[in-house]
Design a protein around this ligand. Structure first.
Ligand SMILES: Nc1ncnc2c1ncn2[C@@H]1O[C@H](COP(=O)(O)OP(=O)(O)OP(=O)(O)O)[C@@H](O)[C@H]1O
Length: 263
């Protein structure tokens, strides 16, 4: 298994605050990687680093993919009042190839139509982006990400606000993309979404807590024994408990103990 991106001891900051601390992780090429962790654990920042949008403050980053990553950000970060139609929004994905506001070719428009079709938003093509529901807009942003035809697709919580059927469709679509040779990384709060990925990493307070690529489980027992109720989020290890049990191998023993910790 080759790696698309290798991070070694990477730290990242927002202003003066360091929010990622010495993260060392390999993102496997042509596979789907899920990034989990509680709110504020650093998922979006890590996605920014992986996509090249957020330069690391220290550490090294090696990429083997070509071209620019397609980064699809959270729904809430898209201006509500952007006065463009769905078709225009998806076609903007082609700017990655043509340049912003440049005239698009027939091929660009065809690719945009195909991406709208894949995300089931063709019927919304002439609607203003600002008039869509949250889930519809989420699909449009995904279509825009696909239209970039990058070999690295980085998605920040792509299933937030989607119903169960739509989540299944997105998971299938991400699997299709990885089968086509695209490296996919997505952040999620949903353990079921994470379990569908080929590779699963979990962040805690800006540090890598768990990496299921090689069935390595990296958490400190001291941290495990700390009172989870104090976080106010239920069990911090909920994701960790599920993945190693499913994955089998060396993680199982740890996972069983983590599961006991959750009960
Ligand atoms: N633009 C910013 N300026 C200052 N601090 C920021 C900024 N963006 C994020 N942070 C801080 O960085 C830390 C990590 O944030 P990040 O958005 O990466 O976490 P996250 O795991 O994606 O969270 P969530 O699940 O809530 O989306 C948090 O403490 C957050 O407050």
């Amino acid at each position: 298994m080759s790696n698309s991106i290798e991070l070694t001891q990477v730290s990242a900051r927002h202003g003066a605050t360091t929010v990622l601390h010495g993260v060392t992780v390999s993102i496997p090429a042509h596979q789907v990687t899920a990034v989990t962790g509680h709110n504020g654990s650093g998922k979006s920042t890590l996605l920014g680093v992986l996509s090249g949008a957020h330069p690391p403050a220290s550490g090294s980053l090696r990429r083997s993919h070509s071209g620019r990553a397609a980064l699809v950000v959270q729904r809430s970060e898209v201006p509500d009042a952007l006065p463009i139609t769905v078709r225009q929004a998806v076609a903007m994905g082609r700017w990655a190839h043509r340049g912003a506001w440049r005239r698009l070719t027939r091929e660009d428009r065809l690719i945009a139509e195909l991406c709208m079709d894949r995300l089931g938003v063709t019927g919304l093509a002439d609607r203003r982006l600002s008039t869509l529901s949250g889930g519809q807009r989420q699909r449009v942003l995904l279509a825009q990400g696909l239209a970039q035809q990058s070999d690295l697709l980085v998605l920040d919580e792509p299933c937030t606000g989607l119903d169960a059927e739509a989540k299944e469709q997105i998971a299938a679509l991400l699997a299709e993309e990885s089968a086509r040779g695209v490296t996919v990384v997505h952040a999620t709060h949903d353990p079921e979404d994470a379990a569908k990925a080929d590779h699963h990493i979990t962040l805690s307070n800006g540090r890598l807590l768990i990496d299921i690529t090689e069935l390595r489980v990296r958490w400190s027992w001291r941290e495990m024994r700390s009172p989870t109720a104090a976080t106010g989020r239920g069990c911090r290890f909920a994701n960790a408990c599920q993945v190693p049990r499913r994955a089998g191998g060396p993680g199982v023993k740890c996972a069983a103990r983590a599961a006991a910790h959750c009960r």
